[in-house]
Design a protein around this ligand. Structure first.
Ligand code: HEC
Length: 673
């Protein structure tokens, strides 16, 4: 790995206009301070992942088969960017069918996602604008001015061109027509596999204020002992400890120093700490993640050589706070059957079940999962059911019959919201969904579930429901395939927890609430979904929604070959329990606002029918028309056997009509039995 050293002028005076290609020597700005950018010509770009102004995630190395990637540095209020946009977008259109990727990148301290989105709207920037909130990416790319374009070659991730789009723009003046088309020439060269003639050109633009580039010397004084080690202990060590799920333990400075480049990578690509929610959307009690400032400090310290400095080493003396039962001795302990985890390879999800030993009903107020072997249990979801699964019959969604807890390392206990509880009927079974990752060592896992009971029934029963879509059909090679389903609340409700689930092709997921007045609000966004980390998102503020509100779960699927986890891009992917098929499965926990334990307002039949209606009604207008009716329903509609269901004769089924029809159908079936 190489780091760029960009020493930049603090004085924000604009450069005098020059049209000549820049050389190392002439990189002086108006204040006479030397800026070295020539170094960067041959530099390589390390991977990064950034969210754009719409909250979508983009990882650089995803595009490793593109002939080139262009990134224009953008900044709000900079006339030169605004003026250069038409030329930049024209080059994009010119190369539309050549597979070149085009981006903008905003690293301005003064710009926020919302203001960048406004600027994009006002100036019709119809391109992802990567929002480099930490400035770490811009620093490493050697960014100095907006309107500069970087062209990266994925063949070796080098920067093959750095400069303006063309020679049209100067400060204050501009030509009517460009004479030289630097960017187009560079891209043409990249596509032809030829070197770019002049790889670095002085660019006109507004200076990007990157104050940390002037403080490189100070970064070497960041204290490992007082700043870095405590940060890692707090955010990482619960997994990165001896016997923890992470493959290496943060147990002293030498480990950190050795893994420093890798830590820099996982922070820049947002892989660690594992947590997938967009920090701009919602607040969650179980959120992880470093703040912008922490990321800057950690990466700057690493880029300064990860110096040990003085002081004690808190990681060397850290005591693991893992204890079997952090909430105390449970009222009931359920032990999953032993499972042999091999030393290597991928282990399919396991669905063990255990008969419920209780002969009376219980109200659960809190749960803890204790993995038998913490080095292999990547996640465990647990629920209960009144039914008993036959051997080999279990699947992913079984745990959601009556969901109890989603465990990922570092989040082993779940105390249900105040005055709520989950009802578990006597008998039936407890169901686990176990995801094991191999650790290089064969082992046997025996995971335990601890349940804590309410002595008397809690005021409010917690419920769980799913917005799902079993009618998936993801076309071959589609990189951005959209699916959705909604659940409409037929009574006022309070939402507590969200859980998006898809498989290897899941790319991003959101939960939106559509209110009866037409207002729509995103309450969770997972821009970079990772099948390996099945996070539960607990809302810091429970959300009250009125009757008629729709909770919409939307997921994008990446069925292209660029998705490394994709088992087969050439297939139309249906709904299926196996991970090589797909799911749209948005589970959530809530309570009916008016429901109490002794006054249930719950209609299980309606609950199930709403689930179906919520994905069949694709345009969400509350009317099922023929084009939204698949399979059996469509056939029944065509042969007239549903005619009487359409009571108002508008050639569509409202929910009430469909529900009435299904209810009557079920009653007929029951009475004929
Ligand atoms: C919830 C548990 C957990 C937390 C918290 C966590 N990690 Fe990890 N880490 C893992 C696991 C598990 C892996 C192995 C790869 C995987 O499964 O994603 C890993 C891998 C890594 C790697 C890559 C090494 C490799 O496997 O190639 C680095 C570096 C890393 N973590 C750094 C960090 C840092 C820095 C933090 C805190 C800011 C952190 N991790 C927090 C669980 C965790």
């Amino acid at each position: 790995m190489r780091f760029l050293m960009v020493v930049m002028a603090a004085a924000l005076t604009a450069c005098s206009a020059e049209t000549d290609p820049a050389t190392h020597d002439d990189m002086h700005d108006g204040a006479g301070v030397v800026r070295e950018v020539a170094e960067s010509v041959n530099d390589y770009v390390d991977n990064f992942s950034l969210l754009d102004h719409k909250g979508r995630a983009h990882e650089l190395y995803y595009y490793d088969d593109a002939p080139a990637i262009a990134i224009m540095i953008q900044g709000n209020g900079c006339p030169i960017v605004r003026n250069a946009w038409s030329d930049y977008s024209a080059v994009r259109d010119q190369f539309a069918d050549k597979g070149v990727e085009f981006y903008m990148l905003n690293a301005n301290r003064q710009d926020k996602r919302s203001t960048i989105a406004e600027e994009a709207d006002n100036f019709s920037y119809d391109m992802p604008i990567l929002n480099d909130e930490t400035q770490l990416i811009a620093e490493a790319l050697g960014v100095t001015r907006t309107a500069e374009v970087l062209v990266i070659s994925p063949s070796d991730w080098s920067i093959i061109y750095r400069g303006p789009v063309n020679d049209r723009l100067g400060y204050g003046q501009q030509r009517a027509e460009a004479k030289e088309h630097y960017l187009a020439d560079a891209l043409a060269a990249a596509i032809a596999g030829k070197p770019v003639e002049t790889r670095i050109r002085r660019s006109k633009g507004c200076i990007v204020n990157l104050p940390e580039t002037a403080k490189v010397a100070e970064h070497a004084t960041i204290s490992y002992s007082e700043t870095i080690a405590p940060m890692l202990a707090e955010n990482c060590a619960s997994c990165h400890e001896e016997g923890g799920i992470a493959p290496w333990a943060m147990n002293d400075y030498s480990m950190i120093e050795g893994f420093a480049p890798m830590i820099r990578e996982v922070v820049r690509t947002k892989r660690m700490p594992p947590w997938s929610a967009d920090p701009h959307v919602g607040k969650f009690t179980n959120a992880r993640g470093l703040t912008i400032e922490e990321k800057q400090t950690l990466v700057h310290w690493i880029e300064a050589g990860a110096p040990r400095g003085d002081g004690p080493d808190p990681l060397a003396t850290r005591v693991s706070d893992a204890s079997d039962w952090p909430l105390g001795q449970p009222d009931l302990i359920i032990e999953a059957p032993a499972f042999d985890v091999p030393a290597s390879g991928i282990v399919d999800y396991q669905f063990p079940t255990v008969l419920n030993p209780m002969d009376k009903d219980i109200w659960v107020k809190a749960v803890t999962v204790v993995p038998g072997d913490k080095t292999v249990v990547h996640h465990a979801l647990v629920g209960s059911s009144e039914k008993v699964t036959k051997p080999g019959e279990g699947d992913y969604q079984d745990v959601f019959d009556n969901y109890l807890i989603g465990f990922v390392p570092g989040a082993e206990s779940y105390i249900y919201p105040e005055s709520t509880g989950v009802f578990v009927k006597a008998g039936g079974e407890f169901r686990f969904q176990m995801h094991y990752t191999t650790s290089g060592r064969a082992t046997t896992d025996k995971t335990k579930l601890g349940l804590y009971f309410h002595d008397t029934p809690p005021k409010f029963p917690l419920r769980q429901q799913v917005a799902l879509n079993v009618a998936l059909g993801i076309p071959p090679n589609a990189a951005d395939h959209k699916e959705q389903a909604y659940f409409e609340f037929d009574n006022p409700a309070t939402i507590y927890m969200l859980f998006p689930h898809s498989h290897y092709r899941g790319k991003s997921s959101v939960f939106d609430v559509l209110y009866p007045d037409g207002r729509e609000e995103t309450i969770l966004s997972v821009p970079d979904y990772d099948f390996n980390w099945q996070h539960t998102y607990s809302l810091a503020e429970p959300l009250d929604v009125p009757k008629g509100a729709k909770l919409i779960h939307r997921t994008l699927y990446d069925n292209s070959a660029r998705n490394l986890a994709n088992p087969n891009p050439d297939r139309t992917v249906p709904w299926g329990l196996q991970s090589h098929d797909e799911m749209l499965y948005g589970s959530f926990m809530f309570r009916w606002t008016a429901e109490t334990a002794d006054n249930p307002v719950h209609d299980p039949l309606q609950f199930g029918i709403r689930q179906f209606y919520g994905f069949a009604d694709k345009d969400m207008d509350g009317k099922l028309v023929r084009t939204e009716m698949g399979g059996r329903l469509g056939r029944a509609w065509d042969n007239g056997s549903m005619k009487q269901a359409d009571r108002d004769g508008d050639d569509a089924l409202s929910f009430a009509e469909y529900y009435g029809f299904r209810k009557a159908q079920m009653q007929r079936r029951r009475s004929s039995r």
